[in-house]
Design a binder for this molecule. Structure first.
Ligand SMILES: Cc1cc2nc3c(=O)[nH]c(=O)nc-3n(C[C@H](O)[C@H](O)[C@H](O)COP(=O)(O)OP(=O)(O)OC[C@H]3O[C@@H](n4cnc5c(N)ncnc54)[C@H](O)[C@@H]3O)c2cc1C
Length: 453
């Protein structure tokens, strides 16, 4: 088989084009990781089938219809540094549909809202002593210039306490880490913090975020069109139940009420829990042992409120207060145009928690009532009439709960050379889990797969 490099390919890595290949490849999972993988494979000439368990593509980036628009279930935006995702959008002809705005970050404590975007704002941040404000500022600066070497083996607690000091860590950094990782915050490596600081701030430049006119749904639709135009097939509501090998060693995808489907290659992009289950009984059980059994994931419980009024000028406000039942507010209308929100103000209230947390088992009404009480506490002039509609969305598998040395423990991208490949959220680290991270990983894995043809 002849491999060629396509000069028009995107990203840093070139995608190999296969001339005349008849490779038959299954991609399991129809989130952004699965769709970009399928797109790259279809572009390279493979025959691709995508298996998606739910009735919607997009994974964590799915949407719901609200009046005449489609809203994200979980707030989503792009950053100028999202080169893999932006490269795909360029290829799909969507680049001009993205709009960018300067955005900002706020910190709410004891009912007081502080902007935390400029050195001056940090100097005015009274919950910290003057010396601690300087130390927090220097920590951010140091994070954007220091090398990442060795940071995977040091916890955020150790690293941040050393640079910012214990008091500043307790008042400022610890609540932020807890907001993302709950009671497992103390295990997270400093490398996670380092990549996050560098992604969010784009290396010290002003914070700027992007959104696509019509919502992330358009990206999903364009990818589907591109895959199908190249002969690919997308199967919704078709969860992979088992992943195995035929007697002669070819990978098979088992779905309900059908004979096993035999492929030349399988690329799995689902949360690893689905994969472990699918490989548990069968010839791949020992291969599954390459996936560290200790890797667990944090989930999210998130509410969307449509409102008659906005609250702050900040895209994201950390609400660090034991009395407040959510960890943050994303006021996405500080970024989104009115045409993308049916003219409403839009906020997301979220808790990043483990799937065993009570909030995964409470009713939507209980969560919404508690969130409303919290909102009224933060914004005493909020009245019930300000709220138009409220929705709750949950996802049990959002981001790995990282521990030191995760870089060495993350699952391999090739599970069985020439047969089975993995491109899941657990492997994106140290890059921040995001659509860009998933697209970048998909590029890497598909390059690897094609190089082993
Ligand atoms: C609250 C929140 C806010 C976020 N904000 C942003 C943001 O602003 N910007 C950004 O870029 N990213 C953001 N993210 C992260 C981003 O959504 C994820 O990193 C990304 O969507 C992961 O994509 P994925 O394809 O790897 O996984 P997923 O999106 O999890 O997709 C996996 C897919 O596999 C399917 N599946 C599961 N089991 C099976 C099975 N047995 N068979 C077949 N299919 C199966 C699932 O249904 C799903 O569609 C956010 C996430 C959350 C939760």
């Amino acid at each position: 088989m002849t491999l060629i490099k396509n000069p028009n390919d995107i990203g840093t890595t070139n995608i190999s084009g296969i001339i005349g290949t008849s490779l038959n490849i299954a991609v399991v999972g129809g989130g952004i990781g699965g769709l970009v993988s399928a797109y790259l494979l279809a572009k390279a000439g493979a025959r691709v089938t995508v298996y998606e368990a739910s009735d919607q593509l997009g994974g964590l980036g799915t949407f719901f219809q609200y009046r005449n628009v489609y809203l994200e279930r979980f707030y989503h935006c792009m950053l100028p540094s999202d080169r893999h995702l932006l490269g795909v959008l360029r290829e799909l002809g969507l680049e001009d549909e993205i709009y960018w705005k300067e955005t900002s970050f706020g910190f709410m404590r004891d009912g007081q809202l502080y902007g935390l975007n400029t050195p001056l704002e940090l100097l005015r941040f009274s919950p910290l002593s003057f010396v601690d404000r300087i130390r927090v500022g220097l920590t951010g600066l140091w994070g954007s210039v220091c090398s990442s070497d060795g940071l995977d083996d040091v916890t955020c607690v150790e690293w941040l306490s050393k640079i910012s000091g214990h008091r500043a860590f307790e008042t400022f950094w610890k609540p932020m880490l807890q907001a993302k990782f709950g009671d497992r915050y103390h295990e997270v490596p400093a490398l996670w913090f380092w990549t996050r600081v560098n992604r969010e701030k784009g290396g010290g430049k002003k914070e700027c975020k992007g959104y696509i006119r019509g919502g992330y749904r358009r990206i999903i639709a364009a990818l589907v069109e591109a895959i199908e135009a190249r002969g690919g097939t997308i199967r919704l509501q078709t969860p992979m139940e088992k992943l195995d090998l035929t007697e002669d060693g070819r990978p098979t995808v088992h779905v309900a009420q059908e004979n096993p489907h035999v492929y030349d290659r399988v690329v799995v992009t689902t949360p690893i829990f689905a994969l472990r289950k699918a490989m548990a009984d069968g010839q791949l059980a020992s291969v599954a042992e390459q996936i560290d059994a200790g890797i667990d994931m944090q989930g999210v419980v998130n509410a969307v409120f449509t409102l008659r009024r906005g609250f702050t000028k900040h895209y994201w406000v950390a609400t660090i207060d034991e009395e407040i039942p959510f960890q943050g507010i994303v006021e996405s209308t500080t970024l989104l145009e009115k045409t993308d929100t049916a003219g409403m103000h839009l906020i997301y209230l979220m808790n990043y928690v483990h799937r065993t947390d009570l909030r995964f088992h409470q009713s939507d009404a209980e969560i919404l009532d508690a969130y409303m009480v919290g909102l009224k506490r933060l914004f005493p002039d909020l009245v019930d009439e300000d709220v138009i509609d409220r929705f709750v969305f949950r996802s049990p598998f959002v981001e790995p709960i990282y521990t030191t040395g995760y870089q060495r423990r993350k699952p391999p991208t090739t599970l069985l050379p020439g047969k089975l490949y993995l491109a899941t959220t657990t492997q994106v680290y140290p890059v921040v889990t995001s659509w860009d991270g998933a697209a970048g990983l998909a590029h890497r894995v598909i390059d690897e797969l094609l190089s082993q043809v």
